[in-house]
Design a protein around this ligand. Structure first.
Ligand SMILES: [Mg+2]
Length: 231
C-alpha cells in the first residue's frame, strides 16, 4: 500500500513558520473587529463570541456561517493579513533546502484562505519546492465547510490525490488534526517547536498511543534526517 515515495501534507501556520507571535494576534484583532461590525456588538462581546465559536466548532468561521449567515469569502478576506506579510513572516532559508531534500510530493493543506496561504508561502520562499496548495476554500463538500480536523474532508483530499492513506504523511502542529489523520491510517509528524494555539478541553484528543504522532520534531527543517524513523 505504501508503494512509491510519500505524499507530504504540510500544515502552514505554526508548522512551516511561527504564526503565534505576530500573525495570530493580528488575525484575532481583525476577527473581533469583523464580528463587532457585522453583528453590531461592542468589542468585548464580539471577542467573547469569536472565542466561543472557535472553541465550539474549531473555527470562528463555522459559527459565523451557522448562526449569522455571514459571507465566508468576505470574512476570510477581511481577517487575514496580506500587505504586512513581509513584516509578519520570518523567512528560514534552511526550510526551503529541507523541503527540497524530502523525497515525494509536497502539498500544503491549511485552514487558511488561499490568497493568504499563497502569499505566506511566497514570503517564505517555498513556492518553487511545493507541488500544490489545499486551502480552506477547497474544503467544502455538499455546501458545507469542513476544515481540519474533519475526517471526511481529509478522506476526500486523499481520494482526490488518488493515493492510499498509507502513502500520506500529515505534518502538523495541531494534536486534533494528528488524531484525525491517524484514525484514517496516515502517518503523522507533530511539529512542536512553534507551540500550539491551545485547544479547549472539550475538543482535545484523549491521551493514548493511538493519538500520538508517529514522530515528533521541533521543526520541519529536521524532517529529511528523520524520515527513516517515521512509523
Ligand atoms: Mg497549524
Amino acid at each position: 500500500m505504501r508503494a512509491g515515495p510519500p505524499i507530504w501534507l504540510l500544515d502552514l501556520d505554526n508548522t512551516l513558520h511561527d504564526a503565534g507571535r505576530e500573525i495570530f494576534p493580528w488575525i484575532n484583532i481583525a476577527m473581533t473587529e469583523y464580528v463587532s461590525r457585522r453583528l453590531a456588538l461592542p468589542a468585548d462581546e464580539a471577542s467573547a463570541l469569536r472565542v466561543h465559536y472557535w472553541r465550539r466548532y474549531g473555527a470562528t468561521l463555522l459559527g459565523l456561517i451557522r448562526h449569522h449567515q455571514i459571507d465566508p469569502h468576505e470574512f476570510l478576506r477581511e481577517t487575514h493579513p496580506f500587505d504586512d506579510l513581509h513584516r509578519l513572516v520570518c523567512r528560514d532559508h534552511g526550510l526551503r533546502d529541507a523541503l527540497r531534500r524530502l523525497p515525494g510530493r509536497k502539498l500544503v493543506v491549511t485552514n487558511g484562505p488561499r490568497d493568504y496561504a499563497a502569499a505566506v508561502l511566497r514570503r517564505l520562499g517555498l513556492t518553487p519546492v511545493l507541488d500544490g496548495l489545499v486551502s480552506v476554500e477547497d474544503m467544502r463538500f455538499a455546501g458545507r465547510w469542513l476544515p481540519k480536523p474533519s475526517r471526511r474532508m481529509l478522506r476526500l483530499i486523499i481520494a482526490r490525490l488518488r493515493v492510499s492513506p498509507a502513502r500520506c504523511v500529515l505534518v502538523e502542529d495541531s494534536p486534533e488534526n494528528i488524531a484525525s489523520a491517524r484514525a484514517l491510517g496516515l502517518r503523522t509528524v507533530l511539529v512542536a517547536g512553534h507551540g500550539h494555539l491551545g485547544t479547549h478541553p472539550s475538543r482535545r484528543p484523549r491521551a493514548g498511543p493511538g493519538r500520538r504522532a508517529g514522530l515528533q520534531l521541533q521543526s520541519v527543517v529536521a524532517l529529511p534526517r528523520a524520515v527513516s524513523r517515521l512509523r
